[in-house]
Ligand binder design. Sequence first.
Ligand SMILES: C[S@@+](CC[C@H](N)C(=O)[O-])C[C@H]1O[C@@H](n2cnc3c(N)ncnc32)[C@H](O)[C@@H]1O
Length: 286
Amino acid sequence: MSGHRPQTCPDAAAQRVAAGFAAAADGYDATGTEFFRAMGEHLVAQAGIGPGAVVLDIGCGKGAVTLPAARAAGPGGQVTGIDLAVPMLDHARRAAEQAGLPMITFGPGDAADPPFPGGSFDVVLAGNLVQFLTCPMTEVPRWGSLLTVGGTLAFSWNLAEDPHWVPVLAAFDTAMPPGMTGFAAMLRRRPFASVEQVQGLLATSAYQAITTRVHTLALTYSSPQQWWAAAQSQGPWAACWRHIPPGRLDAAQRDAFALLDDLRGPDGSIPRTMLFACTSGRKDTP
Ligand SMILES: C[S@@+](CC[C@H](N)C(=O)[O-])C[C@H]1O[C@@H](n2cnc3c(N)ncnc32)[C@H](O)[C@@H]1O
């Protein structure tokens, strides 16, 4: 479902990204190098969710943010997760059921126009979503209207890639079809090149106490193949690399694997250290 998108922000691009995540949903966060859960915990901690809070998680995926948010809100809370990819929602519902968190409701919804009346939520969250939006500069500021006065917006985003991995990602990005954005360029679009610019998304919407906390994420892959399986279940593939024509994809994979072989440590494993950020602010005026 997608509602009233800003005119300059076409629906087709968002649907294309969501279709990629829908196709990746089974493997998403299930390849042995999961990090979304750890990031979800950081985001929920920063948002300061209290007992009984009414919370919205936009782009909820399999619930990496929604589930810890529900634990923080407790039995008196109400937590809603929305996503454009229906298979993600199916996984998230099962996870909430298994975790015994009946205060969560999941449903379809577009980040460009979340289907709720203004002032509905004490906390609005978005875990690793903002860099996949078609128009983050217009979509994120719109979320302020969903908050009560005194409510908190908090979202996480990828701040910096491991410098050793930049050529690995470039092997695929340079194989993208003409006119399509590669993954690195997508992650560093305006405003994501700096913390200051990202915080500017909140400065336009009457937020106070704007804060960004940076988290180091150290991953270890057992082999290039393990990384490739993970990448194919996550953003790089869902948003970008699945559009690379098969012949060029094979060549890019060969180049990337050769680069990754050079990054192997003495035990054969491949380290990767990335920086993630959580940015939050409190809405102080209606
Ligand atoms: C990288 S995943 C993050 C999922 C989850 N928040 C987490 O931290 O694991 C991005 C999610 O955003 C969803 N998504 C992408 N564009 C969206 C949009 N315009 N509206 C709602 N969801 C969207 C995707 O389907 C995907 O589930």
